[in-house]
Ligand binder design. Structure first.
Ligand code: ZN
Length: 205
């Protein structure tokens, strides 16, 4: 815990004073432009990789960046999506998977899941990834099979995201765009799913 206490001390003495005006503005309301749905993985740092800061991204995270299907009972992720779209009126919803995803590894090899009844059930949400697996990318090396499944999961969850009633409505009315991304930890690069070409391409060419 000591490291966190030191970190917070530094925030209070160095970071907060520099950004006091911004925090004062944000203390009353927020108007984020982007909803960002990603994995809980500690190596995915949205603000760091996108150059964003306080007030920019409305974020929901869970193991495997899952959007539970619309027919399911309420859950944290879909409730967050609904709020972001209907109340905050975000202009973009970005679903971002990442390389070396533990949830997707578990879905692939099913190892150790007997001790994790809840995670096991949660992973039922990523089953659709198997039918959306993406062509292997030579750059993926020895982890190509996993990377292909992770990209497939982005495609599968993107479909679930678009099926959310609030999202479907906003997209139809032209006030929301939906994006599927794959973040590679090793290179720091992001790929986006090109819906017309049905494949992933670099976000920055
Ligand atoms: Zn993950």
């Amino acid at each position: 815990m000591q490291r966190l206490l030191e970190g917070h001390k530094k925030f209070l003495s160095e970071v907060f004073p520099r950004r006091r005006d911004q925090f004062h503005l944000l203390a009353e309301s927020q108007a984020p432009e982007w909803l960002f749905i990603t994995c809980s993985d500690s190596r995915v740092l949205p603000d760091l990789i996108l150059g964003t800061g306080p007030g920019d991204l409305f974020i929901t995270r869970n193991a495997g960046n899952v959007v539970p299907v619309a027919a399911n009972d309420v859950d944290g992720c879909t409730a967050t999506i609904e709020y972001a779209v209907e109340v905050l009126k975000v202009k973009h919803a970005i679903l971002c998977g990442h390389s070396d995803c533990g949830a997707m590894k578990a879905a692939l090899d099913r190892k150790g899941l007997e001790k994790l009844p809840k995670a096991s059930r949660w992973l039922q949400h990523v089953e659709a990834a198997f039918s959306h697996r993406q062509p292997l990318n030579p750059g993926d090396g020895p982890h190509a099979e996993l990377a292909s499944l992770i990209r497939g999961n982005v495609v599968a969850q993107l479909l679930n995201l678009k099926a959310q009633p609030s999202v479907a409505r906003a997209v139809m009315e032209g006030r929301l765009e939906v994006h599927g991304w794959y973040y590679e930890i090793l290179s720091g690069r992001i790929e986006r799913f090109d819906e017309d070409a049905r494949r992933f391409v670099p976000l920055i060419a």
